[in-house]
Design a protein around this ligand. Structure first.
Ligand SMILES: *[C@@H]1O[C@H](CO)[C@@H](O)[C@H](O)[C@H]1NC(C)=O
Ligand SMILES: *[C@@H]1O[C@H](CO)[C@@H](O)[C@H](O)[C@H]1NC(C)=O
Ligand SMILES: *[C@@H]1O[C@H](CO)[C@@H](O)[C@H](O)[C@H]1NC(C)=O
Length: 275
């Protein structure tokens, strides 16, 4: 079964895909400077969602998210699907730190969360895997805490994207102590679907963006809900939803933010627009 990115699941399959190397024609120094700037911007919009662990008497990271406004965080729906319900009082949002320990960051309680009403997890397709989390007290924007700007991406062909979070370093590894982003490339819908051919219709271009980085360069459990950013603009275009495993053999799936803008604005009463 294709697995959501907070739960642990291994799939046995041996398909190989080769990523085409991009031809680099731009001035590498300008590109590198821009890349650093976008990475910093992306870190400022990224938060860690933590749940009280009663055994440890401490909060532990369960998902990544991004800041939409001073009151609202965007993450993956499956982060909050739990048949017994998740008490909001057990959850905090850590912002303004690249460190999992929230060194020099700020911690906020949450007031409520709203999972997309049509969120569904099936072996065939993961739909509408988004959740909006409202904070109890508004975020104080600082140099290290900034809202995301949403955007669109032309992913009919391969284009670079940046995705990440505090997910595991490997399938059975521990969480990254420091926020980590991977350079990925989008993959055309039909190619992504072809690689996931054992799962008919798992990918739908309307809902999903496929991302691929190659062996050892992918996202893992705990990166769920993390932002996918267009490195040429810094705009957030996706939310990390599902993966096959943490090897990097298969493309991973992100929810396409542009498809959900109306829902986001309806729930939050924000008037966000696509850049
Ligand atoms: C944390 O804040 C202190 C005091 O402002 C500063 O000296 C230190 O360098 C900061 N550490 C990090 C990792 O940013
Ligand atoms: C959920 O699905 C129903 C039935 O297809 C549709 O009418 C409704 O608009 C959907 N809700 C959202 C928020 O997309
Ligand atoms: C919402 O944003 C659009 C464009 O950004 C603007 O034209 C419109 O006036 C805004 N509406 C409200 C109610 O603020």
């Amino acid at each position: 079964m294709f697995s959501l990115t907070t739960s642990l699941f291994t799939l046995i399959a041996a398909l190989f895909i080769s990523a085409q190397a991009a031809l680099c024609v731009e001035d590498t120094r300008t590109v590198a400077q821009n890349a650093d700037k976008v990475l910093e911007q992306t870190e400022r919009i990224t938060v860690s969602l933590k749940k009280m662990d009663f055994f440890r008497q401490d909060y532990s990271h369960f998902c990544t998210g991004s800041i939409l406004s001073k009151d609202w965080i965007l993450t993956a729906g499956h982060c909050f699907t739990d048949k017994f319900g998740i008490a909001t009082s057990r959850i905090v949002v850590d912002a303004g730190s690249v460190h999992l320990s929230n060194l020099n960051g700020s911690r906020y309680k949450i007031a409520e969360y709203v999972i997309h009403p049509n969120q569904s997890e099936s072996i065939l397709i993961y739909k509408h895997d988004l959740c909006l989390v409202k904070l109890e007290e508004p975020l104080k924007f600082t140099e290290n805490i900034q809202p995301s700007h949403l955007g669109t991406i032309e992913d009919q062909k391969e284009v670079p994207v940046l995705g990440g979070g505090w997910g595991r370093v490997s399938q059975h590894g521990s969480l990254n102590r420091k926020l980590r982003f991977q350079n990925l490339k989008t993959m055309a819908y039909d190619e992504c679907q072809r690689i996931h051919k054992k799962r008919k219709n798992i990918v739908d271009r309307v809902f999903h963006i496929c991302g691929y980085g190659g062996i050892g360069k992918t996202l893992c459990f705990g990166d769920s809900g993390g932002p996918l950013v267009d490195p040429s603009t810094g705009y957030q275009v996706g939310v990390f939803s599902a993966l096959e495993d943490c090897s990097g053999e298969y493309p991973v799936l992100f929810m396409r933010v542009e498809t959900y803008l109306d829902w986001i604005n309806d729930v939050t009463k924000l008037n966000l627009s696509l850049n």
